[in-house]
Design a protein around this ligand. Structure first.
Ligand SMILES: [Zn+2]
Length: 162
């Protein structure tokens, strides 16, 4: 799980870091942070790698012309992460496979008061909260396959999710 930091709002940013640490500690999920827009406190005590990158580097590496991502998000990555010609990535989270390629990413980083019902599947915080509570609800940890929440077995690898 990769977090493109920092979310604008400090509270959201700190909450994301706490949830990522929980994912690591309680569910054994590898977590990392790409700090592309640093404006909150230094990140200490994080159980994964913290890197400094530019939004352009992240966009080129992870999002641009990413077919897997394109297939699972509603907008094209170029629309979702580039608004009015300007990169808008910080605050989002992404699922990264073993090869380092992004398989899914949130497209709405969300604000402190949330987006209201209907957009849960697209916000970073809802996703992190969902999988921190029950990782089998949204992704198969074994293969990072996305789920719709009703499966007893992962349709990709057959992992028992019950
Ligand atoms: Zn699986």
């Amino acid at each position: 799980m990769r977090y493109y930091a920092d979310a604008d709002i400090r509270e959201m940013h700190n909450h994301a870091i706490r949830l990522l640490a929980d994912l690591h500690d309680e569910h054994g999920i590898a977590v990392e942070i790409d700090r592309i827009d640093e404006h909150h406190d230094p990140i200490t005590d994080f159980p994964g790698e913290v890197r400094r990158l530019t939004p352009e580097e992240v966009y080129e590496r992870d999002l641009k012309r990413n077919r897997a991502l394109n297939a699972v998000i509603e907008q094209a990555p170029s629309e979702a992460f580039k608004r009015y010609g300007k990169l808008d990535i910080a605050g989002n989270v992404a699922i990264v496979d073993e090869e380092g390629s992004v398989q899914w990413a949130s497209t709405l980083p969300g604000y402190a008061d949330g987006y209201g019902p209907g957009f849960e599947s697209q916000t970073a915080m809802d996703f992190l909260e969902d999988i921190a509570t029950s990782p089998s609800n949204r992704i198969c940890v074994e293969c990072l396959h996305l789920l719709d929440g009703d499966e007893n077995f992962c349709p990709n690898c057959g992992n028992d999710l019950s």
